[in-house]
Design a protein around this ligand. Structure first.
Ligand code: IMP
Length: 182
């Protein structure tokens, strides 16, 4: 039913599984015995983080934060707002932030800065997708699933006006979807 709104599939369900498995192996190697906090940025992180956790073979703690920058549309507002803070102290802890996509880099950079200010021992970022062409600041995530071109994508956690997060793959929308909804 949702498929009919999709112009093209950018990352298939099968490819996502391969990507996440590889990320899980790398992170497992790097974080053995470090008991990291895997910090998901809501809401987009949900499918990615749930799948990633299954591939982490060490003790971890999970936590969530809700920060917003896009406000449901297709362009970044340039502002980052904390809508829900994490409940776990990060002082002297290794934190790995799980993101769906890094675009301008503003959201993630402000969260990284905040966690370092709060005394985290280390702060790194794992993102399913990286969109370097959208970058307005200098930021490179430590773990990148797939680098994608500057296109607006939906699915696997990513939304357009809160819809399409439940698609099992990542794709682009047919222009008529956003042109008619303006
Ligand atoms: P940044 O602060 O510009 O890097 O934006 C990151 C956030 O914007 C992501 O966590 C997403 O919620 C949202 N975002 C960026 N690109 C897209 C996209 O192509 N589709 C849907 N949401 C996006």
């Amino acid at each position: 039913m949702l498929d009919k709104d999709i112009e093209s599939v950018l990352i298939s369900e099968k490819e996502i599984e391969e990507i996440v498995q590889n990320l899980g192996t790398k992170i497992t190697n790097d974080y053995q015995d470090k008991f990291p906090i895997i910090l998901g940025l809501l809401k987009g992180c949900v499918p990615f983080m749930a799948q990633l956790l299954k591939h982490l073979e060490m003790h971890i703690e999970i936590a969530f934060m809700n920060v917003s920058s896009y406000h449901g549309g297709m362009e970044s507002s340039g502002e980052v707002k904390i809508d829900m803070d994490l409940g776990t102290p990060v002082k002297d802890r290794h934190v790995l932030i799980a993101e769906d996509i890094v675009d301008s880099g503003r959201t993630i950079q402000s969260v990284v800065k905040l966690l370092k200010y709060r005394g985290a021992k280390s702060v790194k970022v794992v993102t399913l997708m990286d969109k370097p062409a959208g970058r307005v600041i200098d930021f490179v995530p430590e773990y990148i699933g797939k680098t994608i071109p500057k296109a607006f994508v939906v699915g696997y956690g990513l939304d357009y006006e809160e819809k399409y997060r439940n698609l099992p793959y990542v794709g682009t929308l047919k222009p008529k979807i956003y042109l008619t909804e303006e």
